[in-house]
Design a protein around this ligand. Structure first.
Ligand code: HPA
Length: 272
């Protein structure tokens, strides 16, 4: 079965349960799943019920698709994402993005937990991503290109939509939340970085580092979507400040910062 055929079957199944019209999609990262409580949910579909959908394996990532309304806007939220370090192929990692496009999604909000490498950052801060560096050992677009999805050589001069960046900044300001704006480096994980690796990432231009988002942004841009992405800084990889980090701490810090994330996204949506 071709990729397009699979995407079509998944989309048909979801359309059988959900009638949506160009919803805005939100992908909820590590520790940020509680966000879905804010959504006036009309339908929830566990990933296990969705044909061809990969299944989450990581704690804190029990997967479901939620359709409903947030700040008066129609949203499709994905609680739980697929990481390369879980052993999924890049094609599986970005499969939900391709399904979202087929469902009519044109705007995508990504969220994640990340390690701060900019010395001005503190745990619990929020960073709006304005660019990224792909340090994954692969790219979701490697392989034969399906021209009906997007071009062979997609432009990446504006990976994160400038208007969205502007509006996210305004949303944070209106909520009196200070945010950083910076570059996210995507790495495979699953190890957190060594002190030398954090230092290297800072030197090459990183403000934050994490194990997601970049493949999804690449696939979304390939499909012609507009992307906004927010990172919660859950630990620090700053020279002299590199401390032991665990997945539990990352989850805890993300959960703690979640209300700020919710406030910004809700304000963003209300103005969009
Ligand atoms: N490194 C990589 N990924 C991460 C980190 C980190 O420090 N924190 C949360 N995700």
């Amino acid at each position: 079965m071709t990729l397009l055929h699979r995407i079509q079957q998944t989309t048909d199944f979801i359309h059988g349960r959900i009638h949506c019209d160009k919803p805005i999609a939100i992908i909820l990262g590590t520790g940020l799943g509680g966000f879905v409580d804010e959504i006036d949910a009309k339908e929830e579909i566990p990933y296990t019920e969705i044909p061809h959908f990969p299944q989450s394996t990581v704690e804190g990532h029990d997967g479901k698709l939620i359709y409903g309304f947030l700040a008066g806007k129609e949203v499709l939220a994905l609680k739980g994402r697929f990481h390369f370090y879980e052993g999924y192929s890049m094609q599986d990692v970005v499969y939900p993005i391709r399904v979202l496009a087929q469902l009519g999604v044109e705007s995508l909000i990504l969220s994640n937990a990340s390690g701060g490498v900019n010395p001005a950052f503190k745990v619990g801060d929020i960073m709006l991503i304005n660019d990224h560096i792909n340090l994954f050992p692969s790219n979701p677009l490697i392989g034969p290109n399906d021209d009906s999805l997007g071009p062979r050589f997609p432009d990446m001069s504006e990976p994160y939509n400038k208007i969205f960046i502007h509006r996210m900044k305004a949303a944070a300001k209106s909520e009196s939340i200070d945010i950083h704006v910076g570059v996210y480096v995507g790495v495979s994980g699953p190890c957190f970085e060594t002190p030398a690796e954090y230092k290297y990432l800072r030197i090459i231009g990183a403000d934050a580092v994490g194990m997601s988002t970049v493949p999804e942004t690449i696939a979304a841009k390939h499909l012609g979507m507009n992307v906004a992405a927010l990172s919660v800084i859950t630990d620090l990889g700053i020279e002299g400040v590199v401390e032991k980090v665990s997945h539990e701490e990352v989850q805890k810090a993300a959960r703690k910062a979640e209300p700020k994330m919710r406030a910004i996204v809700k304000s963003f949506l209300s103005e969009i």
